[in-house]
Every structure is written in C-alpha cells, then in structure tokens.
Ligand binder design. Structure first.
Ligand code: CTP
Ligand code: MG
Length: 231
C-alpha cells in the first residue's frame, strides 16, 4: 500500500435480523459472553489498527449499544445512523468520508473477519486495474435456477461463488456508485459498483469462517469454530 493512503472501514450493523428471529437484533446477541458486534469490531481493528472506523447503527439501538460498551469496557467507533436498507446504511456512512482512500465495507453480522483475507483484498485492489475486490468461497449446496413458468432447473455449481464481506474499494469509485439511485438487485457493494457502471470487481479467496450470522443456530456455529481454535 502507498504510504499514507487513508483506509476507512465501514461496519454496517443497522439491520433488524428478521431471519434470526430474536427480540434483540442478532448483532447484539451474545457470542462468547459479549455482543457479536464487539468481536466483529475487534477483529477488524486487529486486521487494520490504523484505519478510521465508522459503525452504522439504527437510531433505536444506539443508546443500548453505548450501554453495552460501558458494561463491557469497550471503546465504540464513531457511530453513523443507519437506513431502511443495507444500501442506505452504507450510503449514510459514505456521506461522512472523502477521497482519496481505500474503503472496506463489512457486515457487523460477520464476526470472524480474517486478517489474511483483508490483506489479499487490499493487495488486489492496489494492483490498480479494478474498482473493487471481494472475497468469495465455493458454493457447497447444489443450485437450481427458477424459471418463469414456476419450474426449476439445475445449474452448474462450479460456475458460481458465494460472496462475503469485507469488500474493498477505491473510495472515489464507491462514492460515485452510491450517488446513483437504489435498485433492489444491489445486495452488496460490488453489485452497486457494477450496476452503476463504475468499474470492474476482482475476486480473492475468502474464508468459510467468515460466515454471516443469519439464522437461529449460527452463533453456536461461530462459537464452535472459535472453541476449536480454527479462527
Ligand atoms: N444492515 C444495515 N442496515 C439495514 C439492513 C442491514 O446496516 N437496513 C446490516 C446488518 O445489520 C448486517 C448486514 O447489513 O450486519 C447484512 O445484512 P443481513 O445479514 O441481511 O442482516 P439483517 O438485514 O439485519 O437481517 P435480515 O435480512 O434477516 O432481516
Ligand atoms: Mg437483510
């Protein structure tokens, strides 16, 4: 990395966790005795201590988060108010930062960030031929495509990857991409870049440890990965 290139890390944690189904949004549920989000932030900090962090939270959860930080003696990054969609939450954080720089956008619900993956992302972006780099892992389930008549058809799984976060971008390109209107196909930041014609996206190897807590039971899986010392 060029010396003095500013690095920003946006952690989006303003979702309600509807699929997880607990009264408390999943990112505040307990993982190894403290809120999930604390592990996410701590691991991002370990990977990039010199980065500037922005934590996106829904306004209703901000006081609760500050209380949790006080109870656990945890220093919170600067908070940004979230929006109704992940896209809006990322956009609100991007509105607070200015180029030049590299920005990593990460899901608060993915606690097991790995420093090796972050390094691969930044090295790939710095090669200079792409607007962003994303971590991917092979898909393990078989895949079927839904057809307009309601039937479905098997597709070749080896042609697909599952995409994770953190995703890494040139800040100018990502801000430009987020200045366009929202489209429901924008499910991650790389898709925002592509759907707004703001450059190409490279892939690097991700890690199966960086799973996103989505359904009930996923926190227990993350705890088991940690207990076995695999992450
Ligand atoms: N997120 C956000 N703002 C939103 C929606 C999502 O910051 N309006 C964040 C979530 O908190 C999470 C990440 O984006 O860290 C990935 O989203 P997802 O796993 O879908 O979380 P939720 O939207 O909270 O869960 P669900 O879709 O099950 O409701
Ligand atoms: Mg969601």
């Amino acid at each position: 990395m060029k010396p003095n290139t500013p690095i920003y890390i946006i952690i989006v944690a303003a979702g309600s966790g509807s699929r997880y189904g607990s009264a408390l949004p999943k990112q505040f549920c307990q993982l190894c005795g403290r809120p999930v989000l604390m592990t996410t932030i701590e691991r991002c900090l370990q990977a990039f201590p010199q980065a500037k962090f922005l934590l996106v939270l829904s306004r209703e959860m901000t006081d609760f988060w500050y209380e949790q930080c006080e109870s656990y003696g945890f220093k919170s990054p600067e908070i940004v108010d979230g929006g109704d969609t992940r896209w809006q939450s990322v956009k609100n954080a991007l509105d607070k930062i200015y180029p030049p720089g590299i920005v990593l956008v990460h899901d608060g619900a993915r606690p097991l960030v790995e420093a090796d993956v972050v390094k691969r992302l930044i090295d790939r972006l710095e090669y200079g031929d792409v607007a962003g780099a994303v971590p991917v892992v092979p898909v393990t389930d078989s895949l079927r495509m839904l057809l307009p008549d309601g039937t479905s058809q098997a597709v070749n799984r080896s042609e697909y990857y599952a995409v994770q976060t953190p995703q890494c971008f040139d800040l100018t390109a990502l801000k430009r991409a987020y200045s366009a209107d929202y489209d429901s196909r924008m499910t991650d930041d790389a898709s925002v870049i592509e759907l707004t014609n703001n450059g190409c996206i490279a892939t690097v190897d991700g890690s199966t440890n960086t799973l996103k807590i989505t359904n009930p039971g996923d926190i227990a899986i993350v705890e088991s990965i940690l207990a076995h010392g695999k992450a």
